[in-house]
Design a protein around this ligand. Structure first.
Ligand code: MN
Length: 183
């Protein structure tokens, strides 16, 4: 799978317990998203969404917000294998991404911009257009989110909550909801 070459090149699987992504990606009826809290040299939240058998990934230093007025920087990183969505553990110090990874939120999503409303159809196009609008059904994050590619730096996107019934201007979920959804 060409898409995961970058992912594999960055890692030594003899040292890290992260998945190699060799298992065939299951084709889920509903595409998934995951947010992993990654306590690496710089703490951040990795936001990943399933697009055609891989997890498209962004590192969000401040984490996702429920406040539609807050745009958060999201730096695109390499595609991750599907089984990374369940990965929690400690990447050894000195290895790529060394630090603790925790599954902060996970669930399914719908592509709001898709012609077919019920799945991840047309996500590749939305991604290519640099404008992704998804409806998340997670345990912590729900409702619409938009990711927009910016042109002031390569790989730089912005992520923002869409103004909807799930938006909340006061609650900052990365401060109030700190537990893993797996524990
Ligand atoms: Mn990370």
């Amino acid at each position: 799978m060409m898409a995961l070459e970058k992912y594999r090149k960055k890692r030594k699987f003899s040292k890290t317990s992260e998945p190699e992504g060799k298992k065939k990606a299951r084709s889920s009826k509903k595409p998934i998203f995951v947010v992993q809290k990654h306590d690496a040299r710089n703490m951040h939240y990795d936001f990943r969404i399933e697009v055609e058998g891989v997890l498209k990934s962004w590192a969000v230093p401040k984490g996702p917000s429920l406040n539609p007025e807050e745009k958060r920087l999201a730096i695109e990183t390499e595609d991750h294998p599907m089984d990374y969505a369940d990965f929690e553990g400690v990447i050894p110090e000195g290895e790529y991404g060394g630090g603790t990874v925790m599954v902060w939120d996970k669930g399914t999503y719908k592509n709001i911009r898709a012609a077919k409303k019920d799945d991840g159809a047309d996500m590749k196009k939305s991604y290519g257009d640099g404008k992704i609008e998804v409806w998340l059904e997670g345990e912590k994050l729900k409702g619409g989110y938009v990711l927009i590619k910016t042109d002031y730096q390569e790989n730089s996107w912005l992520v923002k909550k869409i103004e909807d019934g799930e938006a909340d201007k006061r609650l900052n979920p990365v401060n109030t909801k700190t537990k893993s959804i797996k524990s």
